[in-house]
Design a protein. Sequence first.
Length: 433
Amino acid sequence: MATTGTPAPAGAPPGGDTDYPLSPVPTAARRSTTSVVVVVLGFLFFTPTMITGGQVAVAFDFPRFLLLAAAAAAVLAVYIGLMGAISARTGLTTVLLARSVFGRAGGKWASIVLGGTQVGWYGITLATLTDLVGRALGVQTTWPLAVVAGVAMAASAYRGFRGIEVLSWVSVPLMLALCLWVLVLAVGETGGPGALLGLEGAGGTSTGVALTAMIATFISGGTQMGNWTRFARSGRTAFVSTAVCVLLAQFAMLAFGGVGAAAFGQADYAELLVQLGIVGAGLLLLVLNLWTTNDNTAYAFGVAGAELFDRPDKRPFVVGGVVLGIAIAVSDLGGALVPFLVLLGVVIPPLGGALIGWFFLVWRGHAPATDLTAQPLVRWSALAAYAAGTAAAWAGSAFDVGIPALQGVVVAALAAPVAAAAARRATRAEVAA
């Protein structure tokens, strides 16, 4: 429901959440390309991506590292761009897309796994923030900080797309300026651009492992990009703008992290800023970076909860998820949850692969029905395609073969038309009998 005294956006559901968590975003409520882009960039400015870039950079000569970073960013750009285009065409969140593909009951799995992992990561990210800020300020008892920061981070998500956009307009330019500043320092430290490009790596990491690490850092989060690109005015606009943003921002995050590690021997970007004596700016970077990540995280588990319980309002689920996230942050559960959440990361990318395969290869780019209540209870053929992708991702992870997340996406997408054709043949055979 709109705030008292503030008119609801055109096309807003009466008495409901104006971010349309349970229905397509109507044309009248779509946003400008600039608004969508700044929100996407806020989500992409992600500290762990920089840390991964730093860890990979020290193993290769710098030009080769940059080539690998560009390749990883290109893979993510195509995948996330396609996810963004589907949501823009349909106006649906990722979990509502899952309902339209997997069925009214079958799609609930997406809400559980996407919403649940986001709650877990919200708590872990919050714990990381409070720990580092507490150490920087010399504070021993950090649970009050966790409570305050946990609530503050969710405030923009509670307001919806507009709240996230406002925060992103502030944080993205500041973070970019700081990263460029460190780049200048790194070039000076190494003796100039030529010397930086001439740095040799220490080895010990294969090309496959490096690409796996850089792609895996954001592929699960990127699966939910449609939560924001559904506000774009067309699928083509969403694909181009999202793909370009991902290509540039992911490459930049990896490269900035790599530059710091190569020049100063420190892969952790926050620690590097402290090492350089940029403590205040480093703390600002950390807070803004994790805030823009966690408000998107809160938004994601809010819309997942709305779909799971069929409530046209994400806000109660934002509140509930934040309470759970704060509980994780102030307890010792965070460390125990990380391996479990990483395991769930194996099953998330194939979900996106199945959605891409079904939308583009089965439905030929057009969902046959916009009425989500008209979907079947379970579409077993779609779930079979998803299961095939998950099996491929799990096998790759278990036996250290290829790039597990990417394999899961590709197999699930290609299995979609095969499973759909098999289901049609089975239906015809049953009718004939």
